[in-house]
Write a protein that binds this ligand. Structure first.
Ligand SMILES: [Zn+2]
Length: 194
């Protein structure tokens, strides 16, 4: 599960198109703000490009498929967010599915950011930053967000006697959050150098 906003109703299997659409939307926005980067204004959660959300959702999808579940393809709801549904599973498997979204989303953001560094594209660097932020946001340990689901799994595993697995989930969660923060920091500093 994820939250946030998304204007798109239908997921598009063409990732390239999503990058292009997101880029256009962001570009317009930056122009509306007098040509300054919207990064500096901290409006990211409401403005994240669609491709970043799709990559995140595909993380959940791929992991659920790997587990032999039959997940639905990502469903996008305007002004709410996006989600992948699957059969109920035990806390350990749920934790893996919940972690997989921000994990793949973070890798996607890193890829876009590196491409931006390599090509000198400020836009791609900014999209990478938004990707890191979007995935970090989803790790907040709040109810319906991935972070809330991970926190519940952690609690069930710990109290249920599966302490080793609980700690693995905890380490993965903290490591992923730190990696996303590091990515944001790197992309953000770069914006200021330009
Ligand atoms: Zn998610």
């Amino acid at each position: 599960m994820a939250s946030g906003r998304d204007r798109r109703v239908e997921p598009d299997p063409e990732l390239g198109d999503h990058v292009a659409a997101g880029a256009c939307a962001f570009d317009q926005l930056a122009e509306q703000r007098g040509g300054t980067s919207a990064l500096d204004r901290g409006h990211a959660p409401a403005l994240e490009p669609e491709h970043a959300r799709l990559v995140h959702e595909m993380g959940h999808f791929v992991e659920a498929r790997r587990q032999g579940l039959e997940p639905t393809l990502p469903t996008f709801i305007p002004f709410f967010g996006a989600f992948v549904t699957h059969a109920p599973v035990n806390p350990w498997r749920q934790a893996l599915i919940s972690l997989a979204g921000p994990f793949l989303g973070g890798l996607g953001a890193a890829t876009i950011w590196v491409a931006g560094e390599a090509s000198g594209s400020r836009l791609l660097q900014a999209l990478g930053y938004f990707g890191f932020l979007l995935n970090l946001f989803n790790l907040l340990p709040i109810g319906f967000l991935d972070g809330g689901s991970i926190a519940r799994s952690f609690r069930y595993l710990r109290l249920g006697g599966a302490r080793d697995r609980a700690y693995l989930v905890g380490f993965a969660y903290v490591g992923l959050a730190l990696a996303l923060i590091a990515g944001m920091y790197g992309a953000y500093v770069h914006q200021h150098r330009l």
